[in-house]
Design a protein around this ligand. Sequence first.
Ligand code: SF4
Length: 497
Amino acid sequence: MSWCLEPQTCPGVFYGTTAQDGTLLRLRVPGGCLYPAQVQALVDLGQQYALETLQVTNRANLQLRAVATAPTAPMLRQLQHQGLAAQDPRLDHLRNIMASPTAGIDPQELLNTRPWCKALDTWIQRSLHLVGLPAKFSIGLDGGGTVAIGTRAPQAWVHRYNEIQLSVVQVSEFEGLPPGTHWQLALGGDRQLFPTPVLIAIEDCVTAVAALSQVYRDYVAQNPLPTGKKPRLKHLLQDWGIERYLERVEGHLPRPWLRHQPPMPRPAQTDGHLGVHSQRQAGQVYVGVALPLGQLTLTQLQGLAHIAQRWGPGELRLTPWQGILIPHIPEAQVSQVLAALTAMGLSTPAAHERALVACTGKPGCGAAATHTQIHARALLQTLNTQLALDTPVNIHLSACPKGCAQPSPAELTLLGTENIAGEDCYHLYLGAPEGEPLYAAIPATQLPAQVLNLLRVYQQHRTSPQESFGEFAQGFQDWPLALSDATDTWLAPVAHA
Ligand code: SF4
């Protein structure tokens, strides 16, 4: 077995991606679930590389950054043994299966998706023909609970986009079928999810995904992009449209699609996974912890594993919001768990940490224009000490236009731009980074003060605490005047680039 340092759109553990500070590796964690032996393997790996932190990604994966040497064969075999790397290296670059981190414990969910996550991962591991798919091929499973990864969240930034998204819905009696639960199919395009009228029987999960991926793979083989890259599902959907794709897939199914007007989605809580929550198992709770910017030190990982084993069965769950859950804690032990978390510096997070995301940035990514992680930490420090907001504002710092830390539009986007006079700078956009920025080329040292003032204007002028920053910003016109009133420390806005 050898390590293949090959150019790939997405890294794996067998496919390192070159960055400015070394190599980036990614470990697959299907459904985000980690067990004690896996945690120990991660700690061992981190120590072998002398790393202080692991990065939790927005697909509930783990990344190792600034890796200097290739993993050895024993390291790779250990990761495979623990289910943290693909059994066949050729499949390792495919994306993780995303599922709600509260699957099986959410009192509201319609279905526990974990067995289906495992079934799909087993199918992927045995399906070498999937090598033909682009690395961005992605699957999401949503069990219809309170903590959603599908389309039900009222705020776009909470959505998590997958190319194939199966969300469990409750269907009343339909064409002779008894009422019950089904998967509703949605297909991911260019930062969007398109709901379809297709319902899939729960037990047909793997069959349906296999048929969808087979037609997708054939399309990829027959339609290479002019750049030589593999087309993604968004290209297929642009080319064929959803209906033609569904018709082609139908030809590979044992029976026709079941089509039905999609049920009305239920609203999901946006950050309902943080803090202490009752489980469907009587007398048990789960505790959700935010990890600022998704960074998890090896010491924290060991401490969390200790808590999970001392007061629970030892399980940890990574979340697509770059946090971590400790499930199955007896209610009577909650105060001890919270005290242990506080001692580790992981107590209930300030509102800002719940919703601020930053991409890898310099030096961890070769495409980065700015040091996003450093600037995001400075911004968090300012907001946490100087602004109390009941509703978190989703802020996305990105060091290039790819915006891979958050695929959905943020309420406030800070897009890294060229270094001016020796300093990293950011364009500031209300919402997605489209059109002209509100302010251009803000030096990174001035960024915390600028954003703080912007959020103070929102706090002072919003019609009610229920009005989100995104809603407020859409209708508010006079930022310069309001900002100059908000504080005399306001720095004159920089002219548009
Ligand atoms: S958004 Fe751009 S700079 Fe940031 S991690 Fe992704 S590719 Fe790199």
